[in-house]
Design a binder for this molecule. Sequence first.
Ligand code: HEC
Ligand code: HEC
Length: 484
Amino acid sequence: MRQNEGRRAVQDVHWLSGTRLAALLALAATLAATLLWTGGVAAVGNDPNLQPILDATGTFQTYTTNGSIDTTNPFFQVLGTNGRTCATCHDRHDGWTITPTGVQARFNATGGLDPLFRPNDGANSPNADVSTVRARRAAYSMLLTKGLIRITLSPPQGAEFAVAAVDDPYNYGAPDHLSLFRRPLPATNLPFLSAVMWDGRETLQQITNANPQALQTDLMHQAMDATLGHAQAAITPSARQLQQIVSFETGLFTAQRSDNAAGQLHAQGASAGALNLSNQPFYIGINDPLGLNPTGTPFTPDAMTLYDAWASLKSSTANPSTASRQSVARGEAIFDRKPISITGVGGLNDVLGQPVIVGTCTTCHDTPNVGNHSVAAPLNIGTADYPARPGLDEQGLPVYTLRCTATGALVHTTDPGRAMVTGKCADIGKVKGPILRALVARAPYFHNGSATTLDDVVTFYDNRFNIGFTPQEKADLVAFLRSL
Ligand code: HEC
Ligand code: HEC
């Protein structure tokens, strides 16, 4: 607003002397810079590259290959009927997703009337009472407490399972339309994707090295569905708008920039930060552990190498960050090398016919310095199991009981995941392993926000696979995850 007034002032003074005009232009520029520096929300124009943004334990940053973040791109425009833009749920100040803190701030500033708060998929049920502030606070409780958006999906025709029971505390989910609560995936670091959406349902054209256009096509389709669904558009966006959105979002790279304890994350030979991330080589199958790397290069568990240089830092009283940097480096080594006996993971143990696979975190998070799976590999690690596994909080999530027709087996789950796309019993609970960069900016974790903190994530894995982390190992691993 103030910036617009500044612009009008500049236009109105064309008759002024050159010096006064220059002075006014300088003033306007300072004003604009001030607004940008303070993170002026919805500033018209561009955000500078690599701007530090505060998060819970330091700062994160975004690098765009397009020069600067163009906040006039259709990504930031209302293309539907309910006031929402892509940025409503993919906020650049919140790691290109939303967080409970950000959601609560928006609720409090608007009495729950910000476009984020729309019943279609923001409320616990589309039929919820949203007539008063008090009613809205209850209706949007899952969004407010965990940053969850509601996705309605129907079991595909010919599914191998029937929905035997529905326990939806909000009385909306039913056997023919499941009401599922999921975290918005960050709309950044997209060139590393091997699958689009948690369940891969927007991977309409498989992303392969032979077909580099597939990701573009999939993302254009995703953007169209998001506009028709989340933004409740009456007409489809134009091909040009979709193209502009995809060009914008695929130019973005986001990573943690500094840590309150470890300091700058690209110092002393470390190679973290968003600029380095934008130069990280990637192709489908890179470092795949199961022989799917098209170059034939064998898998290395050392997928994360960002902090290798910090492993050999000498203790120093002169640099207070040294101890913290050593902890981050130890955490990286744990992530790469600490043996984990992987059992009962749908999509891995069953597919390979091996009840125990001795691996590491990087068996599944194999893409070098990115952390997603470099081929599409939906896995069930138990994050949607009901009752919830230790470390996870599934309070408030609807529970579905599925009966597999062939075996009669009953499965209790808060989200069938990939099975809602394929209809296969074997796919129940499978989701993709997401990219693990700029994690601090976007708590809570897992597709359903069931891990409130990175500590909870590590506690979950420790219990799930009986790893037996020492308190020091846990602290180091969290320090590393915090620095991604
Ligand atoms: C109401 C909130 C909301 C709005 C608005 C929204 N999204 Fe999303 N977005 C989500 C959620 C939730 C998911 C994950 C859903 C899932 O996987 O089932 C998601 C997933 C994505 C993904 C997948 C990323 C990945 O790693 O697979 C992309 C890309 C994306 N959104 C882009 C967009 C674009 C572009 C727009 C605007 C046209 C948009 N979104 C509007 C909530 C939203
Ligand atoms: C057997 C495969 C597997 C192993 C081993 C594994 N992960 Fe994961 N990881 C996944 C999958 C799949 C998800 C997504 C689960 C979900 O969202 O429900 C995930 C999600 C995560 C997330 C949440 C990211 C987000 O954006 O919400 C973090 C953090 C993470 N893993 C860290 C680790 C660490 C640390 C280890 C080692 C201790 C590890 N993972 C071991 C498969 C694995």
